[in-house]
Design a protein around this ligand. Structure first.
Ligand code: BES
Ligand code: ZN
Ligand code: MN
Length: 493
């Protein structure tokens, strides 16, 4: 269904052409004045569908100034095209000139933009499905660029599949995607994508002393699961090779966040709390592509899965939990559950031998981060600047952008508890930072970056390549990060 070609394939339903401002696309048979009269100037986000008496419609796709094109603009332009022809199943795009963007990168981002914009979660739409799914996408290019464009299309197909999988997991209703179901899904995916998988149930978790995950699970009728995934790079004939570095990932897998005994209100916003496992989903999705793409780093992941429910057995306010490794936490807010489950995973990561070169955690952790940064960029906070820079660079390349917040030690005192080693929340301000300071207690000095994706996990409406609902944020970011990983050498700040 995905491909590149030097000529227009037969049987396409529409043909897009990227048109910059002040450009006169020859294939349209119109001059600029008539395109402008129809409301099309070539600005980014504009599209103009031109029907013809014979042949599929032509679509002018605005890209702004061609000289200022970048991968992000191409991804969004492709998404605008895909939405403009939302009723069509087989589409083609011409890319004769991608400005300063290399053809392979252009092809990858265009493929991502089209596929992600056309994503729909529809397993439960049984009647009245209006939009046909996309069946074919062909990028039409010059013979010189064909090979590069072909490679880009394949890579874009992989990254869009990965983000689509992360979306599927986050869009799935919580009664269906329970922690134990998530583990089954992970087992199936691990098998088909060359990953080792180990699943820890409640008993195994209590043997490990994972009091954070178990504490959050206490109110739930659904059992908890910790899913450990491992990817080891392989050389010729499947032989193990020395990795370029070792990374541990920890994902928040709250299958539904009801708030615990501090119950969240019954409203539309909280119907989105089925997506509180988006961090875990992004990790699982990204890891399914590591073997296919030949990642050279070793990756271990801990997906910390449970829901956070109120019941007679739920953790109470003032309870003290003992996290893996022995630190104690006084629970003063049952809705600050993410950090409790993450703590166990962080400690397990630091105990690996050899120690990981870096730990990256990703979580829909705080509403405070969403209020600070909005829905476009996630927050990133870390104890090691070179590692944070790697995460930022991956964010820029993938459009899953991050914005750094400070790990400001002056707020650490807010976590002091009268009766335990710490409380699970700080004061009213700087909630994203105090959450990170809580997590830092468990990383034991290993280079660490924390991604708070509370704001970026969902889109309230279709917008560019983000389709309404779960965005799949983090899956492409993590995949890019893992593929390019080298152990950070710069000193801690
Ligand atoms: N899962 C929420 C955070 C969240 C908010 C995710 C909005 C996605 C969108 C988290 O568990 C939570 O409830 N956080 C509390 C923390 C507070 C009690 C310190 C919050 O942000 O209000
Ligand atoms: Zn939560
Ligand atoms: Mn919560």
């Amino acid at each position: 269904m995905l491909g590149a070609s030097t000529s227009l394939p037969a049987n396409v339903d529409s043909i897009g052409t990227l048109v910059g401002v002040d450009e006169e696309p020859k294939d349209f048979g119109f001059d600029r004045a008539s395109l402008k009269a129809a409301g099309f100037e070539g600005k980014a986000g504009q599209t103009l569908v031109v029907p013809r008496t014979s042949g599929p419609p032509l679509v002018a796709v605005g890209i702004g100034e061609r000289g200022k094109l970048d991968p992000g603009k191409l991804r969004d332009a492709a998404a605008a095209f895909a939405r403009a022809v939302g009723q069509q199943a087989r589409v083609a795009i011409r890319l004769p000139d991608t400005g300063t963007v290399p053809p392979a990168v252009a092809a990858q981002t265009i493929t991502e933009g089209v596929l992600l914009a056309r994503y729909r979660y529809r397993p439960y739409k049984r009647t009245a499905v209006q939009e046909p799914p996309l069946e074919g996408l062909t990028l039409v290019t010059s013979p010189e660029n064909l090979e590069e464009v072909e490679q880009g299309v394949v890579l874009g197909g992989v990254t869009a599949r990965v983000a689509g999988l992360a979306r599927d997991l986050a869009n799935a209703p919580a009664s269906l995607l329970t922690a134990s179901r998530m583990a089954e899904v992970a087992e199936v995916l691990a098998k088909s994508s060359g990953l080792e998988v180990e699943v820890f149930d409640g008993e195994a978790l209590s043997e490990l002393g994972c009091g954070g995950l178990l504490g959050v699970n206490a109110g739930s009728a659904e059992p908890p699961r910790m899913i450990k995934l491992t990817y080891r790079p392989k050389g010729n004939r499947g032989k193990a090779v020395e990795p370029v570095g070792r990374i541990a990932l920890i994902g928040k897998g709250i299958m539904f966040d009801a708030g615990g005994l501090g119950l969240k209100p019954n409203d539309l916003v909280h119907a989105t709390m089925k997506g509180d496992m988006s961090g875990a989903g992004a990790i699982l999705a990204a890891m399914t592509a590591l073997s296919q793409l030949g990642c050279k780093a070793e990756v271990t992941a801990y997906l910390m899965c449970t829901d956070n429910m109120p019941s007679g057995t739920a953790m109470r306010l003032g309870d003290v939990l003992t996290v893996r490794g022995g630190k104690t936490v006084e629970v003063i807010n049952t809705d600050a559950e993410g950090r409790l489950v993450m703590a166990d995973g962080l400690v397990l990561a630091t105990e690996q031998s050899p120690r990981p070169d870096a730990i990256v955690d990703i979580a829909t952790l705080t509403g405070a981060c969403q209020r600070a940064l909005g829905v476009r960029s996630a927050g990133v906070i870390g104890n090691h600047q070179a590692l944070v820079e790697q995460v930022k660079a991956s964010g820029e390349r993938t459009g899953d952008t991050v914005w750094q917040l400070p790990l400001d030690q002056s707020y650490r005192a807010e976590l002091e508890s009268d009766i335990a080693d710490m409380k699970n929340v700080g004061g009213d301000n700087a909630g994203a930072i105090t959450a990170a300071l809580f997590l830092e207690e468990f990383v034991d000095g290993v280079p660490w970056a924390h991604i708070d994706m509370a704001g970026t996990a969902r889109a309230e409406s279709d917008s560019g390549w983000r389709s309404k609902g779960a965005t799949g944020y983090g899956a492409r970011l993590l995949l890019d990060f893992l593929m390019g990983f080298t152990p950070p050498t710069a000193s801690r700040h």
